[in-house]
Design a protein around this ligand. Sequence first.
Ligand code: NDP
Ligand code: 8X3
Length: 253
Amino acid sequence: MKKTVLITGATSGIGKACAEKFASEGFDLIITGRREEKLEELKATLQTKNNVRLYTLCFDVQNKAEVFKSFNNIPEEWKQIDILINNAGLALGRDNFEDASMEDWDTMMQTNVNGLLYVSKAILPYLIQNQKSHIINIGSVAGKEVYENGNVYCASKFAVDAISKSMRIDLLKHGIKVTVIHPGAVETEFSIVRFKGDVNKANAAYTGYKPLDAEDIANTIFFAVSLPDHVCINDLTITCTQQANAIYFHKDA
Ligand code: NDP
Ligand code: 8X3
């Protein structure tokens, strides 16, 4: 029987690359995001290319009521969820503590922390029922070391790390694997969003070295979910070769 993967934030970057990878490997997919037209476009492309079924859900992960309504209303045949990839997330601004916007802080915490909690809680009954399910949370190297002006984005990803450890303990009795992936710099829409459309600042974030591609992360996630039932990768940090951690890069001269 085909397996089903639920990917949050599938409209671009890492989430979209995961959708492409899992579809190419024959998984059925539930893809989510706020941009409906991007979800529908991806659904059409992946259905044409691969012999798989896709279901789209358009909601804002920050909205608890919307999240629960979306999952309570999914058709019965989509309730068999094997893998949850909690990927939706963002950084907003890279500002010193005293200059940073409190609205940006709220959005980052509500998306990266609350959103992940709401989605996980909403589909937990399906994952428990399934027994051999797997939760993949997308953390960050920013959840391993704090860097200058990273303040609340870093805090949100430290929280993802703590939540992942806690989920692994509490869900042990249900046989649910919990893996947290901590990527370093990946070239996606992430920096455009972080710098609020400032393309020069966004491009500068990836200049002088070869960053990871979204596909690198998708392939790593696929590897983690392809391991035998008795093997669980708990925690995996992945950077490009020119990045050592959240702070140190070796850039081209
Ligand atoms: P992108 O900006 O390319 O993708 C982010 C995705 O998250 C989009 O699909 C977006 O969809 C979705 N999203 C954002 N906010 C919400 C929301 N409130 N509700 C629902 N969906 C939302 O960035 P990445 O692919 O790079 O980011 C994916 C994850 O990887 C994030 O958690 C990020 O923190 C993490 N990460 C990224 C790194 C990088 O260098 N790029 C490094 C380490 C971690 P839509 O706009 O349609 O809602
Ligand atoms: C995104 C990577 O280094 O910009 O999580 O925080 S970083």
